[in-house]
Design a protein around this ligand. Structure first.
Ligand SMILES: CC(C)(COP(=O)(O)OP(=O)(O)OC[C@H]1O[C@@H](n2cnc3c(N)ncnc32)[C@H](O)[C@@H]1OP(=O)(O)O)[C@@H](O)C(=O)NCCC(=O)NCCS
Length: 193
């Protein structure tokens, strides 16, 4: 599948991952504030493996949590996008397409994550014709859940789950699940007009 050729918003644009994005990605993933709600920050080697995974999924699916840039400056803001999780242990709601985000701290509080995410929802529902997009995080990650709510997703408490990649008793194992169906997205989009 080819990458969406034109994905942009008023203030941002998205392009496919490249192997020379490594320094930007490392700066992002080694920042303790950005990674506060993850099990660990990444060292250089872990970031290289992560980028390999992003590039591999991008070539197979056409997208994978793609890099986002500020139009005004061309600066790397972080990543926002869709992903088909390919975990060795499946998620309870697989197969699914998730939406996710990770921005440099200097770009928080500007509406960038929600702005890019709304464009990815449009791409997911209009172009990929998905029936549903999900998102998940740990209960403590309120900023991320606020983005989910802002873009029209709803918490599905019955879907909350322990992440299969973490040990059952890990303090970050528990995750909350948010969902948005294509029909609910269409209704919210119509009401926004
Ligand atoms: C999750 C994360 C992307 C949220 O970032 P964020 O800046 O709070 O979210 P948005 O980009 O949607 O911005 C919304 C904020 O910008 C403000 N804002 C300022 N100017 C704005 C504008 N022009 N348009 C819209 N919102 C604007 C909004 O009021 C809102 O602030 P508030 O939360 O204080 O009400 C960010 O905290 C992050 O990258 N965290 C680390 C990684 C992470 O945890 N990822 C999620 C893993 S599941």
């Amino acid at each position: 599948m080819t990458f969406p050729s034109k994905l942009e918003t008023d203030r941002l644009f998205v392009r496919p991952w490249r192997s020379d994005d490594i320094d930007d990605l490392y700066e992002l993933c080694s920042d303790a504030a950005v990674m506060r709600y993850f099990a660990q920050v990444y060292d250089r080697g872990e970031t290289e493996l992560f980028l390999e995974k992003l590039l591999d999924r991008q070539s197979r699916n056409g997208f994978c949590f793609d890099p986002v840039f500020e139009k005004a400056t061309g600066a790397f803001v972080g990543f926002v996008g869709l992903n088909r999780p390919g975990l060795s242990k499946p998620l309870p709601f697989d197969p699914c397409v998730e939406i996710g985000w990770r921005l440099h701290k200097r770009y928080w509080g500007k509406g960038y994550a929600s702005e890019a995410a709304r464009e990815w929802l449009r791409f997911g529902f209009e172009i990929l014709k998905l029936d549903e997009i999900v998102a998940f995080t740990i209960p403590e990650n309120i900023p991320s859940q606020n983005v989910m709510k802002r873009i029209g997703m709803s918490h599905d408490p019955q879907g909350d789950f322990k992440h299969p990649s973490l040990p059952n008793d890990h303090p970050m194992a528990m995750h909350v699940l948010y969902r948005l169906t294509a029909s609910d997205w269409l209704v919210s989009k119509t009401h926004a007009l």
